[in-house]
Design a binder for this molecule. Structure first.
Ligand code: ADP
Ligand code: MG
Length: 235
């Protein structure tokens, strides 16, 4: 559970029912998420207006759900507006970049919980976890809606054309302060400059601290972002 001081005591997830699918609200209730944290209550409505998001909030403030909830909602929205038999219905719409396999596992588990009531509607593929090239290829062959990868893995799969981002609507960089220090710098640059991404998509940059690295990523990834800085809520 997040620190009580990080929770938005004026809001509940139920009060977001005008923008969040009932299946997500039900899953959140099962997960014991009653009130959003401050970063969640700021990020979710802005993200659903398609704003780019730069969120700096300390560890434990709930940044995972702050981007997972809106991207899942956006996938559901997209599917609602596309006919069952349209080829574009099943496509990778979200790429989540993380610095480590461990974090990829956590994000993947969080998404599975959020999607508990969505059946097969939204497919998630974590392509980091020690899987072979063959398994990754199989995981990607049905164009999962949401792909979780380290930057090097994502770039390799883009270069081998096993991953396509032509229909991506959201790109998330989690633990942005760590991701460059893990040596992912060049890979991220190539993901952005290699012609893999469509003209328009939304970016999220999630970070516990504002480092020079995060400033570099901000220049690379964000267009007039909503900047959510929550350090004023700390001690
Ligand atoms: P961060 O990425 O900011 O470090 P996490 O997203 O990992 O934080 O969340 C920290 C913990 O708080 C996790 O165990 C998560 O399940 C829990 N949590 C996040 N948001 C809520 C919420 N609104 N209500 C209850 N628990 C929450
Ligand atoms: Mg985190």
């Amino acid at each position: 559970m997040p620190d009580a001081r990080l929770v938005d005591s004026k809001a509940t997830f139920a009060s977001l029912s005008h923008i969040l699918d009932a299946r997500i609200l039900r899953a959140l209730a099962d997960m014991g998420f009653a009130r959003p944290t401050l970063v969640q209550s700021k990020a979710i409505p802005l993200a659903l207006e398609n704003r780019d998001i730069l969120a700096r909030a300390r560890t434990g403030s709930g940044k995972t759900a702050a981007y997972c909830i809106p991207v899942v909602q956006k996938v559901l929205n997209a599917k609602m507006s596309i006919a069952e038999d349209d080829d574009k219905r099943q496509a990778t719409r979200v790429l989540i970049l993380v610095p480590t396999r461990e974090l990829a596992e956590q994000v993947s588990a969080h998404l599975r919980s959020l999607l508990a009531y969505c059946g097969e509607e939204v497919i998630v593929a974590n392509v980091t976890s020690g899987t072979t090239a063959h398994l990754q290829k199989t995981a990607l062959s049905d164009n999962p809606d949401i792909v979780i990868a380290t930057p090097s893995r994502a770039l390799g799969l883009l270069q081998s054309k096993n991953l396509t981002l032509a229909l991506v609507e959201s790109l998330v960089i989690d633990e942005a302060d760590l991701i460059l220090s893990y040596g992912h710098d060049e890979d991220i640059r190539q993901i952005f400059s290699g012609g893999y991404l469509p003209k328009m998509f939304q970016s999220f940059l999630m970070s516990a601290t504002m480092t020079e690295d995060v400033e570099v990523l901000k220049g690379l990834a964000l267009r007039s972002p909503a900047i959510l800085k929550l350090e004023e809520d700390e001690d």
